[in-house]
Design a protein around this ligand. Structure first.
Ligand SMILES: [Zn+2]
Length: 170
């Protein structure tokens, strides 16, 4: 009885790990998040898939990052459209959310997209949008943001995940 129970539990866990496996990070699904403590060398990125599954307000936040022109255009439109997007790291073509694509290819390329006034998380999120979601370490983010790398690492590796910014599992 117990043996069956344990094997079912293990199998469920294995399936879950498959779910959280992230395409962009060139990692293996076997490694568990809980066993890997992020360091200053750990690379982070926006895990869009995780974010969209775990934060009901992701679309509202994503919209708030659109440029004024696209804010107006999408004000009353509920787009669920998917488009093809080429991952900069793996050159793999992925189906991504239309809004996400618009942000990365247009709005994030606008002047003043990364502002000094944003909070740490907002500014980091915009850096990832602007670089096509290429993974960065806390040290690299610190350089771009002019902030303390240890503070950034502490923020991004806590129990709460901000705006889907999570460590790559490598
Ligand atoms: Zn735009």
């Amino acid at each position: 009885m117990w043996v069956i129970y344990i094997s079912v539990t293990l199998r469920q866990r294995a399936l879950h790990e498959q779910d959280i496996f992230q395409e962009g990070c060139l990692t293996e699904p076997i490694k568990r998040m809980s066993l890997v403590k992020p360091t200053l060398q750990t690379r982070f990125h926006i895990d869009f898939q995780w974010w969209q599954q775990n934060d009901r307000d992701w679309r509202v936040y994503l919209r708030s990052n659109l440029c004024p022109e696209h804010q107006r255009l999408f004000e009353n439109v509920l787009t669920e459209e998917k488009v093809d997007w080429v991952d900069p790291e793996t050159a793999e073509v992925q189906r991504v959310d239309g809004l996400q694509h618009l942000l990365i290819t247009h709005c994030a390329k606008q002047k003043d997209f990364i502002t000094q006034q944003s909070t740490l998380v907002d500014a980091a999120f915009r850096i990832f949008l602007a670089n096509g979601n290429t993974p960065l370490t806390a040290s690299e983010l610190a350089e771009k943001l002019g902030k303390d790398p240890v503070m950034i690492l502490r923020t991004l590796s806590g129990t709460r995940v901000y705006k889907g910014i999570r460590p790559c599992l490598d």
